[in-house]
Design a protein around this ligand. Structure first.
Ligand code: ATP
Length: 226
């Protein structure tokens, strides 16, 4: 469904990606991995046209989408939960969710069932939510666009353990529902059991791809510093 082929991406004069390849098949959860600064966020920004690649291709269902404006790319069915979970802090939880709504499976009721904390706080201002609740809201907002592929950058970083568990539970539910997911997260103990496929970046390149059970301790040590 999504195919990234040999993309190279720069921030002004400084090149960050030197050849990233990855693919997400329908219904798959693909883990995008690598140490800090290896290019995970830049890869996601490249897919969404936020930092367009200079070379290579991004294909959605076989159609090239690189070079299109990011709002057009989102409308093709890609949902983004960015690092740092951006919500409208001056709106309520419900207003935030309705602001991105597109017709489809995911409705306000379904999102609030996935995250009961959001249902309890539906009329509360988003600025009063904890970091973890804001992350749930960011995921809910992306789901409300009814994406075919959900992309999460650092899904649980910096959140309280109880909230992390709720978010992992939701990710399992989304996968069971058949949603295609590209996920960045540093918690290998949670990430590997839910992943169908792993893509490891090193210095802006795809360095290794394989099944989670093929990621040996030696590979983890080499590429992830674990
Ligand atoms: P992290 O886990 O720390 O978020 P990452 O794997 O997501 O790391 P990126 O954020 O994609 O890595 O960074 C890849 C490279 O691009 C790094 O060398 C980084 O310093 C550089 N980079 C990232 N953002 C910018 C920017 N806005 N301007 C210039 N260079 C940048």
């Amino acid at each position: 469904m999504l195919s990234v082929e040999s993309i190279e991406t720069c921030y002004g004069p400084s090149q960050a990606l030197f050849g990233v390849d990855l693919a997400v098949e329908p219904g798959q959860l693909v883990a995008l991995m690598g140490r800090n600064g290896m290019g995970k966020t830049t890869t996601i920004r490249s897919i969404f046209g936020l930092t367009p690649p200079r070379r290579g291709r991004v294909l959605l269902d076989g159609q090239p989408i690189q070079g299109r404006a990011s709002h057009r790319i989102a409308r093709l069915g890609l949902g983004l939960v960015p690092e740092g979970r951006r919500c409208f802090t001056n709106l309520t939880v419900r207003e935030n969710l309705l602001a991105t709504a597109q017709p489809g499976h995911w409705t306000l009721e379904r999102v609030e069932r996935l995250f009961p904390r959001l249902a309890e706080r539906t009329h509360q201002g988003a600025r009063t939510l904890s970091g973890g609740e804001q992350q749930m809201l960011a995921i809910g907002r992306a789901l409300m666009t009814n994406p075919r592929l959900l992309v999460l950058d650092e899904a649980t970083e910096g959140l309280a353990p109880v909230i992390r568990q709720e978010i992992w539970k939701a990710i399992h539910t989304l996968k069971q529902d058949g949603l295609s997911i590209l996920l960045v997260d540093k918690t290998l103990s949670e990430l590997l059991p839910v992943a169908d496929h792993c893509v490891v970046l090193e210095k802006g390149r795809t360095a290794w791809t394989g099944q989670p059970d093929e990621l040996t301790d030696a590979l983890k040590d080499r590429y992830l510093g674990v």
